[in-house]
Design a protein around this ligand. Structure first.
Ligand code: AHR
Length: 548
């Protein structure tokens, strides 16, 4: 328990405010109403999922360093990453892509490691390679030393479930279920089970989540939605379950493409969507919506050098995921009236212009600032608010790529601000999401010379027994918000807080300075069962509240 008197509370908040030079004023107009009588649904732990693709520096150097490396490892997997990731309770990891998935032959990644074939990586011709990236190496020509077994071990070491995204564009449907057979058939039952045993895993890997292609509207085959529905059916029907409740995830829309969702469900509904567990939705945030350009690469802006407009616009773009969830959900409900199929946001995060890669071979690797921590927090809060709809989410990607939790190169390693959000938010996993209202003046800014705004405070709450977790972001660059927090239908017995903020929203962690952004504990003012808390500028806060 961490209680303070009102005087020491005010002194503490004043100290916190002076630590953030951007703060100009404090308002008292903010209120948070936690409606304990209005549970939404349990928050699926799978919302705290990750994504590992054979892309740039994600697998080789990021995750996999090899058993004979001087870098501390567990069976070839980077030890620091395993330990740090496990602390956040990662629920599920998606692999091997991404676009890579629809080019991958799973047979290349089994058998003795030294004898596996080298294959040209899907990303070899990307226009985003830094000019000084080596023209040979595992980032271009995959040695396949990290395959199904190594992936399963990464999952086991971090206590997470495997989610395999299978190839639909360039392998026949038979390969799909042969891969399922390799993973899940009982020990000694099939030739594939024997191959698995030869690879060191006699017992079934029990892989439940299977992606049926990836971005099938694009790199996964440029299908029309009706065509994809037919392919989905062909690949996912009559796959042996081996006692598993297989959960197939369909390749859902590109952002707001409701036509893709409608046409797929229309066609799949007629064919029977029995095997469909989740509908994939990809949403990346970049600055293309700022009115300057919509070009794929040019539309993006820098991860570190951003102005006020770009700061706000990334957060605004991130908030668009809420509309994507509700609009696709509505369309799905036209065909799946019981809403058996959940939304799986199996790629999300910020995507910036090339230029801040942690090392040249880390294709679409980027730095990660306090701005990204706010983006991650507001995204997770959004998923919680729609806990009855969102069954899974996988931030892109785990290490050295897009909005990563880690940067890793050779023997150097650091946690990003986004990592700290995942760590702070983990108590929400499996808890009951509770409807919560945030009443606060908006944050105003200019977008291409026109007035624009973001919600002043936003967040989510969840309850497990008498423990309430309330997470709140304040995106304002100028106004700290002191809020009354009203727990409708309950009283707080004690409360403490964890705060993530930095003197400058551009702050980020590097190999040389790994602790520039890190969370710290705070006290919370409790008055007659009610809470008052100050949310500093550009911050993410978690309140741990014990109910009386
Ligand atoms: O995460 C990077 C890429 O973005 C993935 O490979 C693809 O699915 C998406 O377009």
């Amino acid at each position: 328990m961490s209680l303070t008197t009102r005087r020491s509370f005010l002194a503490a908040t004043a100290a916190a405010a002076t630590a953030v030079p951007a703060a100009r004023s404090q308002t008292r107009e903010a209120r948070v109403e936690v409606l304990l009588g209005e549970p939404i649904a349990p928050i699926a732990p799978e919302i705290y999922g990750h994504f590992v693709e054979h892309l740039g520096g994600v697998v080789y150097d990021g995750v996999w360093v090899g058993e004979n490396s001087k870098i501390p490892n567990v069976g070839g997997i980077r030890k620091q990453l395993v330990e740090a990731l496990a602390r956040t309770k990662p629920s599920v990891i998606r692999w091997p892509g991404g676009c890579f998935a629809d080019q991958y032959d799973w047979r290349d990644g089994i058998g003795p490691r030294g004898q596996r074939p080298k294959r040209t990586n899907f990303w070899v011709d990307s226009s985003s390679w830094p000019k000084n990236a080596a023209r040979t190496g595992a980032h271009l020509f995959d040695p396949n030393t990290f395959g199904t077994i190594e992936f399963a071990r990464l999952c086991r070491l971090t206590n997470s479930q495997p989610y395999i995204a299978a190839n639909l564009r360039s392998l026949p449907a038979q390969d799909f279920w042969r891969w399922v057979e390799y993973c899940n058939s009982p020990a000694g039952s099939t030739t594939n089970a024997e191959l698995r045993a030869r690879d060191g895993e006699a017992a079934p890997l029990n892989v439940r989540y299977w992606g049926v292609g990836n971005e099938s509207w694009g790199c996964g085959g440029n299908f029309a939605p009706e065509e994809y529905a037919v392919e989905f059916r062909r690949y996912s029907a009559w796959v042996p379950s081996y006692g598993q409740q297989l959960a197939f995830i369909g390749s859902g829309p590109n952002g707001g493409d409701l036509n893709w969702t409608r046409k797929f469900f229309e066609k799949a509904g007629r064919l029977g969507i029995g095997a469909l567990w989740g509908w994939g939705l990809h949403h990346y945030s970049w600055n293309a919506s700022s009115g300057r350009t919509t070009d794929w690469v040019q539309g993006k802006r820098d991860a570190l050098n951003f102005d006020n407009e770009q700061y706000h616009e990334i957060l605004k773009e991130g908030q668009r995921v809420e509309t994507l969830i509700t609009s696709h959900w509505d369309v799905m409900g036209e065909f799946d009236r019981q809403h058996r199929v959940k939304i799986a946001i199996d790629e999300w995060g910020a995507w910036y212009a090339p230029g801040t890669e942690p090392f040249p071979e880390a294709l679409i690797g980027q730095q990660n600032t306090m701005r990204d921590a706010i983006l991650a927090a507001q995204s997770l809060d959004t998923f919680h608010r729609h806990a009855e709809k969102v069954g899974m989410a996988n931030i892109a990607q785990l290490v050295n790529c897009l909005q990563s939790l880690f940067l890793a190169h050779e023997d150097r390693f650091c946690l990003t601000p986004t990592y700290h959000v995942f760590d702070m938010y983990s108590p929400h996993q499996g808890a009951e999401s509770i409807r919560t209202l945030f009443l606060c003046p908006p944050v105003r800014y200019e977008r291409a010379g026109q007035p624009a705004s973001l919600p002043g405070l936003s967040g989510s709450a969840s309850r497990k027994g008498n423990q309430l977790t309330l997470t709140v972001t304040n995106p304002s660059l100028t106004d700290a918000r002191e809020a009354d927090i009203n727990l409708q239908g309950a009283r707080a017995q004690s409360a403490k807080a964890t705060l993530l903020t930095a003197p400058d929203v551009h702050a980020h962690n590097t190999f040389a300075n790994p602790n520039a952004v890190q969370p710290k504990s705070q006290s919370v003012l409790l008055q007659s069962g009610r809470l008052i808390h100050n949310f500093p500028v550009a911050s993410v806060t978690r309140l741990d509240i014990t109910l009386a």
